[in-house]
Design a protein around this ligand. Structure first.
Ligand code: GLU
Length: 552
């Protein structure tokens, strides 16, 4: 035993605290029965990933549904992969999507809570203290193998067709003595600290995953690394120490970690920690040439949450879409509660799919159209201005000149009980509203085949005289009807249907002629409202320009 103690002092001479110090310092949380403590633990390796947003959303929902706590922890032990501004990207990203953070990094440079630091690079002493304690108990030891040594072992294992890895008889330094270790350290040889795994492949470890159900795997018998040669922990070790000290009750993370659970359970037990509940979330998938694969940072633009911001999907659309993936009963709930905040939905992890959901752009678009259709024109214009300011300065200039006018534009068929669902994302808005702005409007005079230019001129000329900008929708249509005879069009649709041969067209055709002249399109929201928003001058100018064009 003394030997182990000496070994611990040899390997980590600067560590003078004991685990007990931290156990005293980080008291168990005082939360009501059943409250769940959840977290997201991203590495600051780039932009906010869609998967991280998804996992955060679920962690947030589970904490909320039980009156618990959701915290963030930055896992930055791999300094090579870290990017500048990585923390800000993630934290600001989560906040932009309305994922509130109770504890940890609540702002890119602000940590809050009693269990910090919440950044692994600031916790080296804590990990080393726990590692030292394992060494003292003979549960960990130094390994001096070089990369080369390890690859040689791997080659031998492959040649013999045995399982690769640092286990059993292949664990070269497992029985290293204090004297041997000291001699190598005196030579200046670097070392890592490995767990002396008491597990056997023959035994099974069984656990109940919150989503995937009962899972049985062989026990871990690998002497895996817990501290790297620079004294920084591996993910496995940091996870166990942090989630214990921070009082995480539910470790809910991507399911790529499922195969590591035997290692994690073993660590929790050897360290004398209560094993948390594991919940492994299936990733969002993509169809690639007919096969399902995990959405990839490299291949899929939508893997980066920034993509949605740039395209102008409202953050609430993305969240709403992720909710449909997260919970199979969300859409039914939404139909019954169209206006309710999604946070009111009773989320149950049992309703999560155990296999990965496919990312479906059509579905996202559909959800987003509905989300935008529920916004009033004021909200739409505010969001649109925010988006355009960042991503479309030219459009921003046009719409910001007169926001009251912009609001009128977007109120058409919107501020009504049954709004049109015609905008998917803010980047569609310029095209949607271009004819309301002379600087964006491109006339297009093409008419349906059955309407001749001559008749178009006749209708437009007559309409110019009859046009009264103060008419309501019904009067407006009466006026359209009244100009129909000028081009030999039926004034009544029914009459026309009974005897189409007798007429050159019908009131619908007459309004198409006017619509094309005024908007350059055959399909628009309510034309009477459009003309009211455009105003007399602009409407007449467009009608005149069309008459001129058709008379050529
Ligand atoms: N840093 C790990 C990752 O990004 C966290 C996994 C976890 O939540 O424990 O995958």
């Amino acid at each position: 035993m003394d030997n182990f103690k000496n070994m611990a002092d040899l390997l980590l001479p600067n560590i003078t605290k004991t685990p007990d110090f931290y156990e005293q310092m980080y008291k168990p949380r005082n939360l009501p029965e059943g409250a769940r403590v959840t977290r997201v633990a991203p590495s600051p390796t780039g932009y906010l990933h869609l998967g991280t947003l998804f996992v955060s959303l679920i962690n947030r929902l589970v904490a909320d549904s039980t009156g618990g706590v959701f915290f963030t922890r930055i896992e930055d032990t791999d300094k090579k992969r870290e990017v500048e501004g990585g923390i800000a990207d993630i934290i600001n990203g989560l906040k932009r999507f309305g994922i509130s953070i109770d504890e940890g990094f609540v702002e890119p440079t602000v940590e809050q809570g009693d269990y910090g630091p919440y950044q692994q690079s600031k916790r080296a002493e804590i990990y080393q203290t726990y590692a030292k304690s394992l060494i003292e108990q003979g549960l960990a030891y130094p390994c001096f193998c070089t990369e080369e040594d390890l690859s040689k072992v791997r080659e031998q294992q492959e040649a013999l067709k045995v399982r690769t890895g640092y286990h059993g008889e292949w664990a070269k330094h497992r029985d290293i003595t204090y004297e041997e270790a000291k001699a190598l350290i005196d030579e200046g040889r670097p070392f890592v600290v490995r767990l002396r795994s008491p597990g056997s492949e023959e035994n099974k470890v069984v656990f109940e995953d919150g989503i995937k159900g009962k899972i049985e795997m062989p026990e871990n018998d690998e002497d895996f690394v817990i501290l790297k040669s620079d004294g920084i922990p591996t993910y496995h070790f940091a996870h166990a120490v942090d989630d214990h000290l921070m009082g995480t009750t539910h470790v809910m993370r991507g399911d790529e970690w499922i195969s590591s659970v035997p290692k994690h359970i073993q660590l929790f037990r050897l360290l004398g920690f209560k094993v948390p509940k594991f919940v492994h979330i299936s990733p969002i998938m993509k169809l690639d040439n007919g096969t399902k694969r995990k959405i990839s940072k490299r291949k899929d633009p939508e893997a980066a949450v920034h993509f949605f911001a740039e395209e102008g999907y409202p953050t609430s659309s993305v969240i709403e879409y992720l909710m449909t993936i997260a919970a199979s009963d969300f859409e039914d709930w939404r139909r019954a509660n169209p206006q309710e905040d999604y946070k009111k939905f009773k989320f149950n992890i049992k309703k999560m799919s155990a296999s990965g959901a496919l990312f479906d752009t059509d579905k996202l678009n559909d959800v987003s159209k509905t989300v935008i259709s529920r916004m009033n024109s004021e909200t739409v214009v505010n969001f649109l201005l925010d988006w355009a300011k960042e991503f479309s300065p030219r459009f921003f200039e046009v719409i910001s000149k007169d926001t009251e006018y912009a609001q009128k534009v977007f109120s058409i068929d919107r501020d009504t009980p049954k709004p049109r669902k015609d905008i998917i994302k803010w980047s569609d808005a310029e095209n949607y509203c271009s004819y309301f702005y002379d600087e964006l409007f491109t006339p297009c005079y093409s008419l349906p085949e059955h309407i001749s230019k001559e008749n178009a001129v006749k209708i437009l000329t007559a309409y110019k005289e009859a046009y009264n900008p103060n008419e309501d929708k019904q009067q407006w249509f009466e006026t359209i009807k009244s100009v129909c005879p000028a081009a030999g069009f039926a004034t009544d649709t029914k009459e026309y249907k009974q005897n189409p041969e007798a007429y050159n067209g019908n009131p619908g055709d007459a309004s198409t002629i006017i619509r094309v002249a005024v908007t350059g399109r055959t399909n628009t929201p309510d034309l009477c409202s459009i003309m009211q928003v455009l105003g007399i001058e602009r409407t007449l100018a467009r009608i005149n320009a069309a008459i001129e064009e058709y008379s050529k």
